[in-house]
Ligand binder design. Structure first.
Ligand SMILES: CCCCCCCCCC/C=C\CC(=O)SCCNC(=O)CCNC(=O)[C@H](O)C(C)(C)COP(=O)(O)OP(=O)(O)OC[C@H]1O[C@@H](n2cnc3c(N)ncnc32)[C@H](O)[C@@H]1OP(=O)(O)O
Length: 376
């Protein structure tokens, strides 16, 4: 079967998620096949001998002679597929041909088997979220709400799911613009969380590693949360001088209920007090293991890390074959009962955070993070 334009675009995105660098020889082959597939035979002037990189690229492209565009496309797809198999990619990468691709490689959106997958792709920064990524995730959710996929998935590339808001978002703000930046940050946060509240189809988090901050709080707005047993769930808001977002001030206490803390000697007299579990996380910054998060209702199911990707995607592929309209309508019946309330909570949390970002506690925490990073 000939590779379609859609297969070709899938392959282009799959390249971005390769876990191993395929080496220069393979990269040149990919480049040449890409150029031949999109522009046809090489008829641009040959770069000078000292322009080593461009000359190597030109040579690779030129060597393909008059190979037809369709064959080049097929060869490109085959090559990427062999690379993905050997680099243990999860094989989920297929962009919808008509999808507007995000503004940077930090987010990869793919579509296959009725599943639109949004992958956070900044593994060297533990998938910390930049303003561009917030915008791109919103665009991706909007597109996924209209495409022909039955469900949407959010996951991370690399060893982390997401380390939350990129703390360098708070740097390089000129002195007179701090208030403005906090105001626009709060609008961005509110719009961002609104997209999760309003997303009309089943939304699944595939938590492939530790999750921090906003990536944890948002989980309360997902329909399914699958986690590897390597994942942890951490909301260090007080440590950062900040406060909960993502509607977690409502969803977490609702799902977690109270916990009992026992003081004293169990054999003799003891005092038992009850602190909501959510408070331990959101106020005291207690980090939960995947199994604890599952017991608390934040995670739907935990899988061994060694089989996580395989088991989760088999499950999701089966779910994606269920009648999509029925799934959408069922989700909306559930969500509509609380939508208004969730929007109001989101607005309130965002406005409280806007104030928090201007506090000394928050500024000091950010400076502390940056100093440690700079090894001061
Ligand atoms: C005023 C404008 C505001 C605009 C905001 C818009 C809306 C935002 C709304 C949300 C607000 C807040 C919610 C939150 O998410 S709070 C949580 C924030 N996250 C954190 O506190 C995590 C900070 N990171 C860490 O503690 C550690 O990095 C880690 C995640 C525990 C991993 O530790 P590690 O030892 O395994 O790896 P490390 O070497 O530290 O990390 C590798 C590199 O990645 C960088 N990095 C990781 N996380 C972040 C991050 N959140 N922000 C920025 N950079 C991050 C880390 O610095 C390393 O980089 P480098 O190699 O040193 O360059």
């Amino acid at each position: 079967m000939r590779a379609s334009q859609k297969d070709f675009e899938n392959a282009m995105n799959q390249v971005k998620l390769l876990k191993k660098d395929p080496g220069n020889e393979v990269k040149l082959k990919l480049y040449a096949l890409y150029k031949q597939a999109t522009e046809g035979p090489c008829n641009v002037p040959k770069p000078g001998v000292l322009d080593f990189i461009n000359k190597a690229k030109w040579d690779a492209w030129h060597a393909l002679g008059s190979l037809p565009k369709e064959t080049s496309r097929q060869n490109y797809v085959d090559l990427v597929s062999s690379l993905s198999a050997s680099s243990e990619s999860s094989g989920q990468v297929t962009p919808a041909a008509d999808r507007k691709q995000p503004g940077s490689d930090a987010l990869v959106v793919t579509s296959q088997d009725g599943i639109t997958t949004i992958t956070l792709n900044r593994p060297d920064k533990k998938n910390a979220l930049t303003p561009q990524m917030y915008h791109d995730i919103m665009l991706a959710l909007e597109a996924a709400s209209k495409d022909d996929s039955a469900i949407a998935v959010l996951t991370g590339n690399g060893d982390y799911y997401c380390s939350g808001n990129d703390l360098t978002n708070f740097t390089d703000i000129p002195p007179g613009e701090v208030e403005d930046r906090a105001r626009s940050g709060a609008v961005l946060l509110r719009d961002f969380v609104d997209c999760f509240i309003d997303f009309p189809k089943p939304l699944v988090a595939v938590v492939n590693g530790p999750a921090v901050g906003i990536s944890v709080t948002l989980l309360g707005l997902f329909d399914i949360v699958y986690a590897t047993d390597r994942a942890t769930f951490h909301t260090p808001f007080s440590h950062l001088g900040q406060s909960p977002e993502g509607c977690s001030s409502y969803t977490f206490p609702k799902m977690m209920g109270p916990s009992k803390v026992i003081f004293g000697n169990l054999k003799t007299k003891c005092n038992v007090i009850s602190i909501p579990k959510a408070t331990e996380m959101l106020v005291f910054g207690k980090k939960l293991t995947a199994r604890e998060a599952c017991t608390q209702g934040l995670v739907t199911e935990v899988f061994p890390d060694s089989t996580f990707q395989k088991e989760v995607w088999v499950r999701l592929k089966a779910y994606s074959k269920l009648p999509p309209n029925a799934m959408r309508i069922s989700k909306q019946v559930i969500r509509n009962r609380e939508k208004e309330k969730l929007h109001a909570i989101n607005a309130e949390e965002s406005s409280i955070l806007q104030e928090r970002w201007l506090s000394d506690e928050c500024m000091n925490a950010i400076v502390n993070f940056l100093s440690k990073k700079a090894k001061l």
